[in-house]
Structure formats: C-alpha cells, structure tokens
Design a protein. Structure first.
Length: 140
C-alpha cells in the first residue's frame, strides 16, 4: 500500500510472517518514469529504470550505468514494525519530488539460508528484455 501527504511518501507491507528489515525487502522506484535511465536489473530484465531503491528501511540512489549494481545511501526512513506489518515514511524530496513514479516490489528470499525464491509484486515484474509489469503512482 502506498499513500502520500504534502511532503512525505508512505509505504506499508504485509508479509506472511514476521518482517525483518534487511536486503530481502526491496521497492524499486523509477522517479522519472523512463526505463532508459536508472537501474534496469543486472540482466536488463527490470520493467523500469529505478533511480531509487527502498531496501529495508534505507533509501538508496542509483549511480551506475543501467545494469551494474551501484547505489549511494540517501537516508534511513522513519519506520514502524509490528509482526508481519511494516510501515515506512520518506520525504518526497528524497526521490526528487516527482508528480508520479513507477515501481515494483521484490522479496529476495535468496539471502536466507535455503532460500531460493524471488517474490515479485506485481507477479511477473522481472522478465527478459524488461517486458514485465509494474505499478504507476500519481502524487499530483
């Protein structure tokens, strides 16, 4: 779930079990809505060009060439955890005050022992050539 007020962006997750804030919880944000700029996945298979990554409670800005993993820390979000629910709040200015943005979510279970799945929301977001699905969010 996503919402906003005049200066902040709010993101909430509901998981099937208790949430741990780590690299498994990822929201990729395309603040200019241009797939040719930002991170497109190491295999060029993301549906967006992400300028920002909300990973756990930390926000990062992309600094690479489109397919290299290169991020700079922007800041730590305000957050709250309660069992299987996590809520985050970041200033809209941290992502450039966009009037709209594209995004998708990626649960990377490979960081856990024995984990192998990548949970994508929407389903099928990561596809060859970047032809997968994503969400659009309008602020203004």
């Amino acid at each position: 779930m996503i919402a906003h007020d005049s200066s902040r962006l709010f993101v909430a997750y509901v998981n099937d079990g208790p949430i741990t804030l780590n690299a498994a919880l990822n929201m990729y944000i395309d603040s200019d809505q241009n797939r040719q700029t930002g991170f497109r996945g190491t295999g060029n298979d993301f549906p967006i060009g992400a300028e920002y990554l909300l990973q756990g409670a930390n926000l990062y800005r992309y600094t690479g060439d489109g397919t290299s993993w290169s991020w700079t820390w922007v800041g730590t979000s305000t957050f709250a955890l309660s069992g299987n629910i996590a809520e985050f709040s970041i200033p809209q200015s941290w992502i450039g005050n966009p009037s709209a943005f594209a995004f998708f979510l990626l649960g990377d279970n490979t960081i856990y022992p024995g984990g192998s799945a990548l949970d994508q929301y929407p389903d099928g977001a990561i596809r060859s050539g970047g032809s997968g699905s994503f969400f659009d969010y309008r602020i203004r």
